[in-house]
Write a protein that binds this ligand. Structure first.
Ligand SMILES: NC(=O)c1ccc[n+]([C@@H]2O[C@H](COP(=O)([O-])OP(=O)(O)OC[C@H]3O[C@@H](n4cnc5c(N)ncnc54)[C@H](OP(=O)(O)O)[C@@H]3O)[C@@H](O)[C@H]2O)c1
Ligand SMILES: *[C@@H]1O[C@H](CO)[C@@H](O)[C@H](O)[C@H]1NC(C)=O
Length: 318
């Protein structure tokens, strides 16, 4: 009897471990080191962003944690230093829900830092709300703030070429749909507090990430600055922090089994930031450390151009 139980537990453990290994997905195999290079990662005080920061710091990069909270940002900088064994990590304040804050971050960064080799647009929210400028929170933080930030840092990226811009999107972009009429009336791609509306508006903002990257690649042709968007996988993070406690508690066993750890969740971001030889895939969308095809609406030239123009106006870029 005891032997049978032990055998059962043993087999169960092996099966579970094999399944977890499968869930963690592909890994970035690049051995590239980044001594003398500077990386900016938005929303890097926790989750996928912080795991990305640890890896890049280990490779020798100077890592700037661009986060909204000074306290959380400085705590994270200490943690990234400890985990990576590198002291070349610093926090700089950036609130993507404020265009003024984005401008002030860019100004400080350009004044105090000499290089920018990799920009990682990672921060994201999955909740309703309004930015300081009156835009929908998900549209404002996930897309518009990053749009302005990227444009303000573009000349420095060009000077440091070959350089890269990596934007963390989501597979949910496939459910997005850009209704510019709604944007005109509500300054966000939709309204409503229901679970379905939040899902929809988040998906719109993630479609913006893919289309932004599509258009950006065209604008960057011939500069040796390349750009990529990606899905990190389903990852155990606090992205669902706005959901009620009970739902989160009920989801826990499910996420423990089926979701990636943050370290595994950072792999596709790292792949886009580091992998040699993917430059010809600039503008494309990646998942599980490989390029993926997207629906027609996520590579629609006219739609991407229109989003770019509207974003220029709404962000005050011109
Ligand atoms: N987790 C997943 O399964 C999954 C799947 C697909 C895509 N993604 C995408 O992956 C990215 C990283 O998300 P995550 O899962 O790591 O979530 P997370 O743990 O919630 O981290 C999100 C980060 O964004 C920051 N952030 C939020 N609002 C900000 C603002 N206004 N200004 C600056 N930073 C802000 C957060 O800072 P605070 O700590 O101050 O709030 C946090 O550092 C997001 O773009 C998300 O959409 C995640
Ligand atoms: C881009 O890189 C190639 C190969 O290193 C180089 O020959 C070319 O001059 C670069 N172009 C620019 C605009 O920097």
């Amino acid at each position: 009897m005891l032997e049978e139980i032990l055998l059962f537990v043993g087999i169960g453990t092996v099966v579970l471990m094999a399944f977890r290994a499968y869930v963690q997905g592909a890994r970035c195999k690049s051995k590239v080191t980044l001594h003398g290079k500077t990386v900016v990662i938005t929303g890097s005080n926790t989750g996928i962003g912080r795991a990305t920061a640890v890896d890049l710091a280990r490779r020798g990069a100077r890592v700037v944690l661009a986060c909204r909270s000074q306290v959380r940002g400085e705590v994270a900088a200490a943690l990234v230093k400890r985990e990576s064994g590198s002291q070349n990590v610093l926090f700089m304040q950036l609130d993507l829900a404020s265009l003024k804050s984005v401008r002030s971050f860019a100004e400080t960064f350009l004044r105090t830092e000499e290089r920018l080799d990799i920009l990682i647009n990672n921060a994201g929210v999955y909740m309703q709300g309004t930015t300081e400028d009156g835009h929908g929170l998900m549209f404002g933080v996930n897309h518009l703030g990053h749009f302005l930030l990227t444009n303000l840092l573009l000349d420095r990226l060009k000077q440091c070429a070959p350089s890269r811009i990596v934007t963390v999107s989501s597979v949910l972009h496939a459910y997005g749909d850009l209704d510019f009429d709604t944007l005109r009336t509500h300054k966000e791609f939709g309204v409503g507090e229901s679970l379905a509306s939040i899902f929809r508006i988040y998906s719109h903002s993630k479609l913006c990430n893919v289309l932004f990257t599509h258009e950006l690649a065209k604008k960057l042709q011939g500069t040796n600055v390349t750009c990529y968007s990606l899905h990190p996988g389903a990852v155990k993070t606090d992205l669902d922090r706005n959901m009620n406690k009970l739902t989160r508690q009920l989801l826990k066993p499910f996420t423990a089994l089926f979701f990636k750890d943050v370290e595994a969740g950072a792999q596709t971001t790292l792949y886009c930031a580091l992998q040699e030889g993917i430059e010809s895939l600039s503008g494309r969308y990646f998942s599980n450390c490989g390029v993926q095809n997207v629906k027609a609406k996520a590579r629609d030239d006219a739609l991407a151009r229109k989003l770019w123009e509207i974003s220029e106006t709404l962000s005050g870029l011109c």
